[in-house]
Design a protein around this ligand. Sequence first.
Ligand SMILES: Nc1ncnc2c1ncn2[C@@H]1O[C@H](COP(=O)(O)OP(=O)(O)OP(=O)(O)O)[C@@H](O)[C@H]1O
Length: 358
Amino acid sequence: MSTVLQLKNITKTYGDMRALSGIDLALPGDAYISLLGPSGSGKTTLLRVIAGFEHPDGGAILFDGKRIDTVAPHQRGIGFVFQNFALFPHLSVAQNIAFGLENRDVDPVTDRRVVDARVRDIISLVGLSGLEGRAVTQISGGQRQRVALARTLVTEPRMVLLDEPLGALDANLRARMRAELRAIRERCGVTFLHVTGSEAEALAMGDTVLVLESGRIAQSADSDTVYNRPASPAVARFLNCYNLFQGRIEGGAFVGGVGRFGLGSAAPTRAASPAYAIRYDRVSVRPREAAIAEDEIRIEANFVASEYSGAAVNSFFALDDGRVFEVESHLSHAAPETYAEQGRYALVWKREDALVYA
Ligand SMILES: Nc1ncnc2c1ncn2[C@@H]1O[C@H](COP(=O)(O)OP(=O)(O)OP(=O)(O)O)[C@@H](O)[C@H]1O
């Protein structure tokens, strides 16, 4: 797949705050890319640097192989969809979409028939047919999101940047719009770079997921790899589905505050400091006296509470050092277990299922 956008060693500081630290990236054409990171990790700054609203302190940005660092934002061929949609409230759906085409700096379209035809095509592409004449104040949040996207797509960008595009929508609509955005992107074949703070959204949407951490790319991989093999303890923590322990490697085992865990056959992943991660759904809860197999690890903890979330139940246990350990049981496997309040249980996982960083 050809590279549409390349960043080389991009750095951006605000005063003494380093928002971006030597970002190297190559984004493919015709792909959905999620950009995930905790609050303050630099996601919006990275998007604004690519769009040209901010100037990097150092590094190079190439679009279709050409340097665009000094090219004005509206001449970059890159569309931007804002979180709050930024629509004109006094204009209709069709007028909002036509605006970008009629008023763009490069090659504005003035022929009414051409504008109408393009607007009609794009309205059909984003699924807004029938609402052309409606005021944008009289349509739903999801429909406003589509108008914002259509207004960008009508200008035929080679790439679209979306800053938390689903953030203003309620949870139900957000889930439906995920599939919708992916389908629209596939129909138009343009690369989307979608910023989100939600790990579920990033994993569900991206062909590639970029994880940003303190202004650096901590991981760039497909969803499956990010979820199953987070590149660092920080990425694992941010995914919100791993129990993490700090400790040290000693004599073929990981030694942490709550025990000594024998290591599996895989070599540890390189990291700044040793850590041990076990995914919530890789752990089983057993009676305290139950035996374990030779390839299993076991710790004891007291049950605190369970939380039902539809397809799964998440149970919380207090470890002896006071920290919380989480277990996720998928209900497709079995009926939900009930545990005795403050009861002591064995939490068991396979040695091979743990991720070790050292
Ligand atoms: N205009 C600015 N002036 C000074 N500092 C800024 C400015 N914009 C961003 N920052 C700082 O740069 C860092 C990265 O900010 P950025 O908005 O890119 O993060 P983010 O990942 O998009 O966060 P969020 O998810 O909360 O929107 C933060 O520490 C932020 O406080």
